[in-house]
Structures are given as C-alpha cells and as structure tokens.
Design a protein around this ligand. Structure first.
Ligand SMILES: [Zn+2]
Length: 313
C-alpha cells in the first residue's frame, strides 16, 4: 500500500486509489469534516457533513456515508468513525490504515469522542505535536468558562468569539446548560439549523432588539475592528468579551483581539492526548500531518520506539 501526499492524502494499492481530504474536488475523495480547509464537493463524507457542505458551499454534492458501515470505494474498504472534532467529523479507516483527520479524543457536546483503533499505519493530525502544546482537560476549561460567564453577567452582557462552524455551536450548547439562550449571527444560525435537524437541540436567537441581560456567540473577527453589531451593543452596555480557541493556552490575544478573557477551548487533541492515542492504536508505522509534524514524528520514534515520519517529508 503506497501512501503519499498528492493533492490530499493519496492511498494507492495497484489499480485501487482514494484520496483523503482532497485539496480539490474528487469523486474518489473522502472528506473528514466541514471546516473550510477540508471541505470539497463530490467526495464521500458523513451525511451531516454533506448538509454542512450545502450551507457552506451552496450545493449538497457528494456521497453520504454512515459511521461504522464499511464501504468499498474504488477497490479499497473504507469505514468512518467519529473524530470528536466537530459535528459530523470522522476518522477514516482504509484497510489497515487509520487516518484521524482533525480529531479530539475527548469529543464535544455535539460530537462523539475519537476512540483509538488497532491499525498497521496511523496517519495522525499533529497540530499540537510539541511538548509545549499541552492542553488542560476540557472539563476544567468549560467549568472556567461557565464560572467567568456567571460572574460577568452581573455586570453586563457577555460575548464569545468562536469559529462559525464547530466552536460556535459547542459554545451555544455550553451556554444552554446554564439556561442561557445566546444571540448569534445569521451565519452561525444557519449551521445551527443543520445540527438541530439531527436533534442536537441547540437554543439560540437572532439579534432583533436586545435584552438588558444577554450572552452572545459571534465569529472572532466580529469582536475586533470592524466590530459587529452584537459586540458593539454589548460594549455600550458595559459588557465583556472572550475568545475561545485551543491556541489561547499558548498565546495572549488580549491586545490583538481586544478581549477581556480567553479560554483554551479546543477541538483538537493536545500533545499528551496525541501521544496516548498513538500508543493505544499500537501501529507499526506513524505518519504525521499538519502543524508540528516533524517534531511529533521525532518524539513518537524516541518515546514510543515506533517508526514515524511527516507525510509531506
Ligand atoms: Zn478542522
């Protein structure tokens, strides 16, 4: 089985070939999730990701697969498993190869956690593949977010900057748990509708007039200049704002984002989880993709004694 990078992760065995997360439209592609750096038309993907494709790219053009149902694609047996990254995200098993895609072994409120599977070759996303990229446990982070929100709401509205697809809906689900129904932008609301077609039960509202007391979730770019309608209103009402991203664990965004607080709310695996995931999949070979791919491959070889290299080399 030949694995190389060629407009995506190309897996080839004789006449059989598929491309994982193809960089351009491909009818032998498998798309792992609906973030824009992964989303292309025509490929195989989970049924929820097909619905996300319709919202984000205007057409529901592709082939839907269910988790856990093996499918022969162009001569190779492919099975999708939950990746815990965003709603509809998947890991892809191709014969004895497992590709994690963007993944999180802790999962989220709107997506099942990524579980390890025994495999011969593991292709692993290594965004946070450096020892300095250790993330706190998600429960600790969400407890902090809730405690801070409840405190700030005594003073005024609270606005969160969270990426439009995935992070925004996780934030809405979290706020719903403390009885808050946040205002959202129309773009975030469109995606929430897809979630709710799959019974995710997200409660949110559009900003037609403002209560004295409110929470809101907006794309991060709306928090800084040019400031969006919702953060602008909140600011006038003595409100506070926070940015939610895994990178908040490592870098300060207070000045660049003009925020009052930041929380490392991540939809990726942190360094410790990456290493543990490799160990539990027990592969003979590891290929790393994205972020700290070179460094993480070296660590896998040194710490776990498993042959490893970056896929792009
Ligand atoms: Zn992603």
């Amino acid at each position: 089985m030949d694995i190389r990078y060629d407009s995506g992760i190309c897996i080839e065995d004789g006449d059989s070939k598929i491309i994982l997360d193809p960089s351009r439209q491909s009818d032998i592609g498998v798309v792992t999730h609906g973030h824009l750096d992964h989303l292309t038309k025509d490929a195989y993907m989970t049924v929820p990701t097909l619905d996300i494709l319709k919202v984000r790219k205007g057409e529901r053009r592709g082939k839907g697969l269910m988790y856990g149902n093996p499918k022969n694609i162009n001569g190779l047996e492919v099975t999708l498993y939950p990746a815990g990254h965003v709603f509809g995200s998947c890991m892809v098993q191709v014969e004895d190869i497992l590709y994690t895609g963007d993944f999180n072994p802790q999962g989220g409120k709107t997506c099942k956690r990524a579980a390890p599977y025994d495999c011969e070759t593991l292709i692993i996303e290594s965004t946070y593949g450096k020892p300095s990229y250790r993330l706190p446990h998600k429960k600790m982070v969400t407890d902090d977010i809730i405690a801070w929100t409840e405190e700030q709401l005594d003073e005024g509205p609270v606005v969160f900057g969270a990426y439009t697809f995935g992070k925004a809906q996780e934030t809405i689900a979290l706020l719903n748990e403390i009885g808050e129904v946040p205002y959202v932008t129309p773009g975030i609301a469109e995606l929430c509708k897809v979630y709710n077609r799959y019974d995710q039960g997200l409660k949110y509202r559009l900003s037609d007039g403002f209560d004295d007391h409110f929470t809101a979730v907006v794309p991060p770019k709306e928090i800084k200049n040019p400031i969006g309608e919702i953060p602008s209103k909140a600011r006038k009402m003595n409100g506070s704002s926070a940015y939610l991203s895994g990178w908040c664990a490592f870098f300060p965004f207070f000045n660049s984002m003009d925020i009052d607080a930041q929380f490392p709310f991540s939809d990726h695996a942190g360094f410790d989880e990456l290493l543990e995931f490799v160990e539990r999949c027990d592969p003979s070979r590891v290929l790393t993709v994205h972020g700290s791919d070179q460094e993480f491959a070296e660590i896998v070889e040194k710490e776990l004694g498993i042959e490893a290299s970056p896929l792009k080399g």
